[in-house]
Design a protein around this ligand. Structure first.
Ligand SMILES: Cc1cc2nc3c(=O)[nH]c(=O)nc-3n(C[C@H](O)[C@H](O)[C@H](O)COP(=O)(O)OP(=O)(O)OC[C@H]3O[C@@H](n4cnc5c(N)ncnc54)[C@H](O)[C@@H]3O)c2cc1C
Length: 277
């Protein structure tokens, strides 16, 4: 049944209990209003450490905190676990997927962002994004299973492929992921296998732009590149991935302005082309 608005105190409904939604709720702690925080999950996710879950350094529970506990002392705040399916702005009503409605006087929409494939949505099957716990545990499963399957196979080419990890995108998440995979391969798992040598795993970071971490000052980009290379990551700049499927990736050589779409053949342009990775 729909809750009723129209009491003496204004009703503020906040959609999403990420950093944005929780900050808004906390800022209203002493305000003369009733706050309702709606999230499809019952926990707040600390996204900056997702890559640690993806590389088995942390467990999911270590980066998830119950929204109810976070707001338990805030008397004017109530938490509702539900998925929002629509908003009627004129009617001041939030529609929930389970059929209920919640009225509001003021609405804060803080439902976050999804990762983008820059027009290549078909890559999702082969290259999962990293926004949710499920994404992180899926990546972790893929990474750890790759080592297990490499240990089990008798086929050298398959083993080599299984021990090659490609991270697309040299922003903060890509840099963190590549570094963390290198640490897993070159340190954490170094002595755990008998057939394969995990330290021989290739970790390749591909970035279309001329430097890593484009949002940061240039000297930090260079520092990040050197640090990754020390960890054993191959950093390839100026290369845009144009295809990604079960057999691997194909890059366009941005630096040489070459856009060779004959993806089946080894290109002739030498080591500057990412297709020769
Ligand atoms: C891997 C990774 C690493 C990062 N590292 C850093 C870093 O080092 N430093 C930094 O400053 N930032 C970092 N960020 C960015 C930072 O985490 C985000 O900017 C921040 O989490 C965004 O907060 P938000 O509240 O806008 O959205 P979110 O945290 O995404 O929260 C949105 C909430 O809305 C809920 N929601 C969405 N849709 C619905 C719906 N239909 N119904 C109900 N609820 C819904 C979700 O369940 C979620 O709880 C990182 C992000 C990622 C993914």
């Amino acid at each position: 049944m729909a809750a009723e608005s129209g009491g003496a105190r204004p009703r503020v409904v906040i959609l999403g209990a990420g950093f944005g939604g929780l900050s808004a709720a906390k800022a209203l702690r002493d305000a003369a209003c009733d706050v309702l925080v709606i999230d499809r999950r019952n926990y707040h996710l600390f996204q900056p450490l997702l890559y640690q879950v993806a590389t088995a350094a942390l467990s999911p529970a270590e980066i998830a905190s119950p929204i109810r506990s976070i707001l338990s002392r805030q008397k004017n705040a109530r938490v509702l676990m539900a998925r929002v399916s629509g908003i009627d702005v004129a009617g001041k009503m939030v529609h929930l997927q389970d059929g209920r409605d919640e009225p509001f006087d003021t609405l804060v929409v803080a439902t976050g962002a999804r990762h983008a494939y820059f027009g290549h949505d078909d890559w999702a099957t082969f290259a999962p994004g990293l926004k949710k716990i499920d994404d992180a545990t899926d990546i972790r499963r893929r990474i750890l299973l790759a080592f297990e399957r490499a240990e089990a196979t008798d086929d050298d080419a398959e083993r080599k492929a299984l021990l090659t990890f490609v991270v697309i995108g040299g922003g903060a998440t890509g840099v963190e992921m590549a570094g963390a995979i290198a640490e897993v391969a070159h340190w954490a798992l170094a002595d755990e296998f008998r057939v394969i040598d995990p330290t021989q795993a290739r970790i390749i970071l591909v970035e279309a732009g001329p430097r890593l971490l484009p949002a940061f000052p240039e000297n930090l980009s260079e520092h990040a590149r050197r640090s990754l290379e020390k960890l054993g990551v191959e950093v390839h700049l100026g290369r845009a991935v144009e295809r990604c499927d079960a057999s691997g990736i194909v890059c366009e050589c941005v630096r040489s302005q070459r856009n060779d779409r004959n993806v089946g053949r080894r290109p002739p342009q030498g080591p500057n082309c990412a297709r020769c990775l």
